[in-house]
Design a protein around this ligand. Structure first.
Ligand code: NAG
Ligand code: NAG
Ligand code: NAG
Ligand code: NAG
Ligand code: NAG
Ligand code: FE2
Length: 459
């Protein structure tokens, strides 16, 4: 579709949104509809670190369920080098060591560098560690702070980012998140968009890794698998789904009792975070279905009052892009999340922003006609945050009128933050890219569904 046609449709959508007398807000803010181009290969953010065989694309994620382990990953380009990580409380006192493992993969005619994964365990909570790798060639040193011990009133600040890609807009999103200063990122899928390049050019996985390093080497990002992680390309002879993603981005799924890296859970401070897989089977009796049933029974809201669920494809989405793609998973799992009194469900996939009221749609039984989402104080808030700024551009065609479940929606790039204050209160804020990091374009105090289950906080 041409930009002119998009702009025209956008205007029609805007007018219809303003005329609709519904409760929700379709923001009148109009983003400039420039093309969203990937940053060129020689962009500053893709620069290869200097030094022979220097570790690059350094990234960390939690290594266990409670934040006393960290998985450190990086790539060496020239030769295997050394997989050891040395770490400790000061940059000149790296007294602890962990031996890593390495892997490589081929994708059509691309061969990856040496991908190292090193597991640091028995870490202390809420402690700053310096860590270094690349011994024998070029040593690089980074640091992270482990999350605090899980507990009901432990404050924590999450960044919420989705569908980031590697455009100039992606860079603005990441910069704004850095200015907002979160402790960890809940990432709802679609990392590099390498698959939008010819032959799924896996060099774009490498550039993405170098681009994101400035944040993800210093704080854990919790990964969700999106459709752009599939890299399923039988026409290229690539028939093993998720090949680049699984080689590059491990998750602590075994610690969570999961059998696949795509669904798992972690506990950080006062939050229990469950990651679901939109592109793995979730029908009755499947491994994911069985795992989620057990997992929800393991959640202890007295220890971690905030129950947050991540997935890629949203269950509540009033944008015509990817409309109803999350529906089969919603039908399968929504009842469980309502019964579990989940606080917040985060998804990406749709390249715009939307936040719901507390609604559920669990009354339908095939003959009773009750197939409409209804206000339900026990239900989660649904946020679609697939607006990181990738090469595919903005999804700017909302359905009209705005459905009553939709509280706020806007076709702009941005990111959100979730500041958990204590067991009852958390401040959720969405930051539109055009405003600079400090301006909140949509903000709401969320109250906890376990401690304040009947308080409707999203009106
Ligand atoms: C892979 O194949 C493409 C298309 O034939 C070609 O342009 C590219 O240079 C090849 N890459 C390598 C690493 O051989
Ligand atoms: C890797 O580096 C560590 C730390 O300097 C060193 O102790 C170890 O012997 C090295 N391993 C190899 C195989 O060179
Ligand atoms: C990306 O953002 C950083 C931080 O704001 C900036 O230094 C850098 O020049 C930007 N790079 C590009 C290619 O926009
Ligand atoms: C916009 O969405 C409507 C459905 O709400 C659809 O009928 C229409 O084809 C969409 N337009 C474009 C350009 O995708
Ligand atoms: C929890 O945090 C909120 C927001 O900062 C505050 O108003 C409330 O008093 C706090 N509750 C307790 C029990 O400290
Ligand atoms: Fe997606």
């Amino acid at each position: 579709m041409s930009l002119g046609a998009r702009r025209c449709l956008g205007l029609v959508a805007l007018l219809a949104g303003l005329l609709a007398a519904d409760a929700g807000v379709t923001s009148p803010y109009r983003r400039k509809l420039e093309a969203t181009a990937d940053m060129p290969l020689d962009a500053d953010v893709f620069r290869v670190p200097p030094g022979y065989n220097a570790p690059q694309q350094v990234h960390i994620t939690l290594g266990d369920q409670d934040g006393t382990a960290m998985i450190v990953s990086w790539v060496t380009p020239n030769e295997l080098g050394n997989s050891t990580v040395m770490y400790g409380g000061a940059p000149d006192k790296l007294e602890l060591r962990a031996e890593g493992v390495h892997t490589r993969y081929d994708y059509f005619n691309y061969t990856s560098g040496f991908i190292h994964h090193c597991f640091l365990k028995n870490l202390k909570h809420r402690t700053k560690y310096y860590y270094a790798m690349g011994f024998g060639h070029t040593v690089r040193t980074f640091w992270f702070t482990t999350p605090p011990k899980p507990g009901p009133d432990v404050p924590y600040k999450f960044g919420l980012i989705g569908d980031l890609g590697q455009t100039f807009d992606s860079n603005i999103t990441l910069s704004h998140y850095e200015e907002n200063g979160g402790d960890a990122v809940l990432f709802v899928g679609d990392l590099s968009y390498a698959d939008n390049h010819p032959l799924h050019d896996n060099n774009r996985w490498d550039t993405w890794g170098r681009f994101a390093e400035r944040s993800v080497a210093y704080q854990p990002w919790i990964w969700t698998a999106g459709n752009h992680e599939l890299d399923f390309a039988p026409e290229l002879g690539e028939t093993a789904p998720f090949k680049p993603f699984t080689h590059r981005y491990p998750t602590p799924h075994r610690a969570a009792g999961s059998t696949e890296p795509f669904w798992y859970s972690v506990r950080m401070a006062s939050a229990h975070v469950i990651v679901l897989a939109s592109y793995s089977a979730y029908g009755k009796y499947t491994p994911q279905w069985a795992w989620l049933q057990d997992e929800l029974a393991r959640v202890d809201r007295k220890v971690t009052p905030w129950l947050i669920v991540l997935m890629h494809s949203p269950w509540y989405n009033s944008n015509s892009y990817h409309y109803m793609e999350g529906e089969t998973m919603r039908v399968q799992f929504e009842r469980w999340l309502v019964d579990a009194r989940a606080d917040l469900v985060l998804a990406g996939h749709v390249h715009s922003y939307e936040r719901s009221h507390r609604v559920s749609n669990v009354a339908y039984d095939i003959i009773n006609g009750k197939s409409t989402p209804a206000r339900d104080a026990a239900a989660p808030v649904y946020v679609t945050i697939g607006d990181g700024g990738n090469i595919e551009g903005i999804a700017d065609n909302f359905t009209q009128p705005q459905p009553s479940y939709s509280a706020f929606r806007e076709a702009s790039f941005g990111h959100a933050t979730l500041e958990i204050k204590n067991r009852t209160h958390a401040y959720y804020a969405w930051h539109r890219n055009q405003d600079g990091a400090k301006v909140v374009a949509d903000g709401v105090w969320l109250t906890n569904r376990y401690w304040l289950p009947t308080q409707d906080d999203t009106n």
